[in-house]
Write a protein that binds this ligand. Structure first.
Ligand code: ADP
Ligand code: MG
Length: 445
């Protein structure tokens, strides 16, 4: 038998035995390099494919080859880079005409390469999530599975998730990645039921090495979809497929989510991304300018960062809008020119006013001014008081004496103690961090 034909025959048998996606990924660029009396050499385009074939399919290839050839042979792999482009005609005709979803997406990028870990700006609000992403990239499919990222709109969940995907693809371009919104997963599920094609659905969603599922809060109340996803999840986890899930809220806050899913999520690593603080917003704006080769005055960026708080997507949109109009009008990006846009916006208050800081803390904690500045020492009053001390000192550079004065005549050592306490907690305690950020945001709103 001619070598090509012999190999085609072997491949046909193998194809019967394994999942179509895997067949495509690992066998589409193989060919028979040489066949002697006792040895069959398979050519592959690179060492990685050889290695994977050896690891995953050696015994299958051996069994099938022996059956087709009719005698025992040793299997050997040789690397032949020319095979990367050339696929033998016989093979490419029928054997590899696969359904769309099995056409190898790799090493072609399947996810937007724009979102990387390198261009993700790290600040207080997202540093834990970023570290978790790095850990996943170092050790996919093991200890942090699934990685569950949650946080409000536009705080960078999708960016970070795709950053993980791109980092893992950089390590292994043959990785099979699925990235999809939860809505798409649900639609596919509903369609599969209607068309009686559950098998296809399962082949598709249970085949990746990396599964990125966005906005899972969408599953709330969709029982059938949750059930299907639960089984997909178990299958993927047992195969060490790394999963990254995002949600706009924590699992326990997603209404109508099955407990067994919740507990699966909790079994991995759950981290939140908080709205970015002012400094992070400025840093993000700087980074976005740099990406576009624009240099805007620091003061303008600060003004812009102060004008919008939690949603980075909006912040970025506003920046783009400004850059575009400047370009259209052919104006240089000076402080003055940019200032025009920002003053056109409804005027936002600044952190520059002690009264405003105090009244915002009061309304945030639902207290009246008397309580905040008064002598009572209940727990509910102490934290708001300390946060006020901290904000007055950090934001306005007020002296501890002055702060003591306006907070009902307190001693400066008391103020120092309160301020330093929050200073420490703000780096360590997520809850305090969140309160400080939210209060600051309320102030500039
Ligand atoms: P989410 O999925 O949380 O709604 P996205 O990931 O879509 O938010 O982020 C919205 C926009 O903000 C994107 O353009 C993203 O690149 C940008 N962005 C968010 N966080 C960061 C960050 N830390 N560094 C750089 N860009 C960010
Ligand atoms: Mg998103």
């Amino acid at each position: 038998m001619e070598q090509d034909k012999l190999w085609t025959k072997i491949l046909k048998e193998i194809k019967q035995e394994i999942n179509a996606g895997n067949f495509q990924t690992w066998f589409s660029k193989t060919s028979l390099s040489n066949l002697t009396d006792h040895k069959l050499s398979i050519a592959t385009p690179n060492a990685f494919i050889s290695e994977q074939l050896r690891k995953r399919y050696l015994s299958l290839i051996q069994t099938v080859a022996e059956k087709v050839i009719g005698k025992i042979v040793e299997i050997d792999f040789v690397v032949d880079p020319s095979k990367n482009i050339k696929i033998t005609k016989v093979q490419s005709e029928d054997l590899f005409s696969l359904p769309e979803e099995f056409i190898p997406k790799t090493p072609v990028q399947v996810i937007n390469p724009k979102y990387t870990l390198e261009n993700f700006v790290v600040g207080l609000s997202n540093n834990v999530a970023f570290a978790a992403a790095q850990a996943v990239v170092q050790n996919p499919g093991t200890s942090y599975n699934p990685l569950f990222l949650y946080g409000g709109t536009g705080v960078g969940k999708t960016h970070l998730m795709l950053g993980i995907g791109n980092a893992l693809l950089a390590k292994n371009p043959y990785l099979k990645v699925i990235y999809c919104s939860s809505e798409k997963f649900m639609n596919d599920y509903v369609e599969a039921i209607q068309t009686h094609k559950m098998g296809d659905l399962r082949n598709k969603y249970r085949s990746p090495n990396l599964f990125l599922l966005d906005d899972i809060q969408f599953f709330a109340g969709r029982e059938g979809t949750q059930e299907e996803f639960f089984h997909t999840f178990n299958e993927l986890q047992s195969r060490n497929c790394q999963m990254v899930l995002t949600s706009d809220r924590a699992p326990h806050e997603i209404g109508k989510l099955e407990d067994r899913l919740r507990s699966r999520f909790a079994g991995g690593l759950m981290v939140d991304i908080q709205p970015p603080d002012f400094d992070t917003r400025v840093a993000i704006l700087k980074a976005k300018c740099a990406e576009r080769g624009e240099a805007l005055p620091e003061e303008s960026l600060k003004l812009l960062a102060a004008s919008l708080d939690s949603n980075i997507r909006e912040l970025e949109g506003r920046l783009m809008q400004i850059l575009q109009v400047l370009k259209l009008k052919n104006l240089p990006p000076t402080e003055e020119n940019i200032g025009q846009f920002l003053t056109n916006q409804p005027k936002k208050a600044s952190l520059n006013d002690p009264k405003l800081i105090i009244s915002t803390v009061c309304s945030y904690f639902n207290l009246n001014l008397k309580d905040l500045t008064g002598p009572k020492r209940q727990k509910e009053l102490v934290l708001p008081r300390h946060i006020t001390m901290y904000l007055l000192s950090e934001e306005l550079n007020m002296t501890v004496e002055k702060i003591g004065q306006i907070l009902g005549g307190r001693d400066h050592t008391t103020v120092m103690h309160g301020r330093d306490k929050i200073k420490k907690l703000v780096d360590k305690d997520r809850e305090v961090q969140r309160i400080v950020i939210e209060v600051k945001q309320k102030i500039v709103q």
